[in-house]
Design a protein around this ligand. Structure first.
Ligand code: SDX
Length: 435
């Protein structure tokens, strides 16, 4: 194999330049040496939406989009979904290895004892209208926690970071459940530390007047699997937001709020809610061909299909599809599942989608499961944000430890006006030019 070097010839000057190739990349800064004149700024790369730009080095999640591979810290997602609890996977994603028995016991105890919210949070939530979107409430409440824990701004202290990480992972389900209860006008339910992470979440969502909530084990395990599948996904849009905001050394509550805001978009984590609205719009299996034609005419996107990285089947969708069958054995079959299965079959055989490598992604089936469990569609992205908080925080912690990282500040190609001046006759009302 030849030398790991890229030789670039600038036809404008006839000069050649060398850029070392490391891990399949060249450093963008190595292009700045390429100038037409000595005082030039030098060559930059132009990569809108970062289609072909690595922003960091990370050891957390590995994805192979062509082979449909997803691994957390080297473990295939399928094995983690089969053999682990969500908090075990959270520990793995955050720390790089699976916990031993004593480590897991300590980790679970730590998370359980930080599930409560400061009582003033209830007053904060009461300020929202009854019909406020849960994601708006979640993003705002997470940001508000930065006022409850002002010490969180000491982001360079690893122990301080770990404390805030535990608090956020522990409190996300409580915040989510409180937004749900607020939207239904129901009293908040306090965490029950006798219950596991997802069973306690169900307790805070659905406990009524019974003395002790008992979670259906099939549904609790299904939520645990869904949370595992959503925990991290390398440099997706919301993780990029987490890293960009975190790079200014903003505290982890404000950074997580920014990441959750990015997740809420319909092209990202908001897609699961859009899938249900799309299935409602289609209405029946018989109307699928008509809808597919409208998608191919560019009128709609097929929500829950396509992915920036996966140009093959999203491995998470396969596990979620299996989980859906387990859930429907408890909740009863859902007519939307029949439409979704028929829609998937038709789309996978249609040249338009095959040519564009559009396969079901993680959002296609998750929404149907959540709906069968009794969640309203506007809660679906909240259910995505809870587990993805683990990934956002692991990526943020990795960023804070990375000696190569500094504040994110991309450049631009300026397309605006050349210098121009105010009319001389305009009176001076401010600071005279040239003082
Ligand atoms: C998530 O990045 C992550 O890792 C995200 C995520 C995570 O875990 O963090 O995996 C979670 O966000 C999953 C994606 C959820 N979003 C959706 O399901 C919304 C619908 N999907 C699309 O909007 C789209 O597929 C994206 C946003 C997911 C990816 O878009 P890209 O990579 O920018 O691709 P593109 O828009 O350039 O599309 C390429 C072509 C275009 O057609 P042409 O212009 O070439 O004719 O495919 C078409 C697009 O119009 N296309 C679709 C389509 N997605 C892409 N056409 C119809 N329906 C779709 N869903």
């Amino acid at each position: 194999m030849g030398e790991q070097v890229l030789t670039i010839t600038d036809e404008r000057t006839g000069k050649s330049y060398k850029a070392p190739i490391t891990d399949g990349t060249i450093r963008a800064m190595d292009l700045r040496q390429i100038k037409e004149d000595a005082e030039d700024f030098g060559i930059m790369t132009y990569d809108p939406a970062f289609l072909n730009t690595a922003s960091c080095r990370s050891s957390i999640t590995y994805i192979d989009g062509d082979r449909g591979i997803l691994r957390y810290r080297g473990y295939p997602i399928e094995e983690l979904a089969e053999k682990c609890t969500f908090l075990e996977v959270a520990y793995l994603v955050l720390n790089g290895s699976l916990p031993g028995e004593s480590e897991l016991k300590e980790w679970v105890h730590l998370v359980k004892h930080h599930t409560m919210l400061h009582e003033t949070t209830k007053k904060f939530l009461e300020g929202f209208r009854y019909d406020a979107h849960p994601m708006g409430m979640l993003v705002s409440t997470v940001a508000a926690l930065s006022t409850v824990y002002p010490e969180a701004r000491h982001v360079l202290d690893p122990e301080n970071r770990r404390m805030q990480i535990v608090r956020l992972i522990a409190k996300m389900p409580t915040i989510a459940a409180y937004t749900y209860r607020h939207s239904l006008g129901l009293p908040y339910v306090y965490p029950d530390n006798d219950l596991g992470y997802t069973a306690n979440f169900m307790n805070m969502l659905w406990k009524m007047l019974e003395p002790k909530y008992v979670a259906n084990p099939v549904l609790s395990r299904a939520l645990s699997i869904l949370f595992i599948l959503h925990a991290d996904h390398e440099q997706n849009c919301s993780t990029n937001a987490m890293r960009a905001v975190g790079s200014s050394q903003a505290d982890p509550y404000l950074s997580t709020a920014a990441a959750a805001a990015a997740l809420s978009g319909p092209l990202h984590g908001g897609a699961n809610e859009q899938v249900l609205l799309m299935l409602d719009e289609i209405g029946s299996v018989s109307r699928i061909p008509e809808y597919i034609d409208a998608v191919k005419a560019g009128k709609y996107k097929l929500m829950g299909f396509g992915h920036r990285v996966y140009k093959n089947y999203d491995p998470r969708a396969r596990v979620i599809k299996w989980t859906a069958e387990q859930v429907f054995q408890v909740t009863g079959r859902n007519a939307k599942l029949d439409i979704a299965l028929a829609l998937e079959k038709i789309a996978l055989e249609d040249e338009y989608f095959i040519k564009r490598k559009l396969y079901p992604n993680v959002d296609f089936y998750s929404g149907i499961i959540y709906q069968a469990m009794g969640f309203k569609p506007d809660m679906f992205t909240v259910l995505f944000a809870i587990p993805r908080t683990v990934g956002w925080l692991a990526q943020w912690d990795e960023l804070m430890r990375d000696p190569e990282q500094k504040i994110s500040r991309p450049r631009q190609i300026f397309t605006g006006s050349a210098e121009r001046h105010m009319p001389a006759e305009r009176p001076t009302i401010g600071v005279p030019v040239g003082v």
